[in-house]
Ligand binder design. Structure first.
Ligand code: FES
Length: 83
């Protein structure tokens, strides 16, 4: 899945105001293997300050996990699609 930086994708939405991290940056970190909030911060080279971004990061992780699960289910029944 390609990370798009347009308003429709929501990737330009600021999720960490302390460090200026947008959703697209976090999604990229998740795509590249970050599977936890801590791993996302580590991949982004940052560390939580106030913690207000933990919930939006968890939402992005859940979104990625849901997409992965859908692909796995489709693959199991012989369907393929891009997410
Ligand atoms: S909003 Fe991310 S550490 Fe404060």
């Amino acid at each position: 899945m390609e990370i798009l930086n347009d308003a429709a994708s929501g990737n330009d939405r600021l999720i960490c105001t302390c460090h200026g991290v947008c959703a697209g940056e976090a999604r990229k970190a998740i795509q590249e293997g970050a599977a936890t909030v801590k791993a996302c911060f580590r991949a982004l080279g940052r560390w939580p300050k106030c913690g207000n971004c933990v919930v939006p990061l968890r939402d992005l992780l859940a979104e990625a996990q849901d997409a992965k699960t859908r692909v796995e289910e489709d693959t199991r029944v012989g369907w393929t699609r891009e997410v």
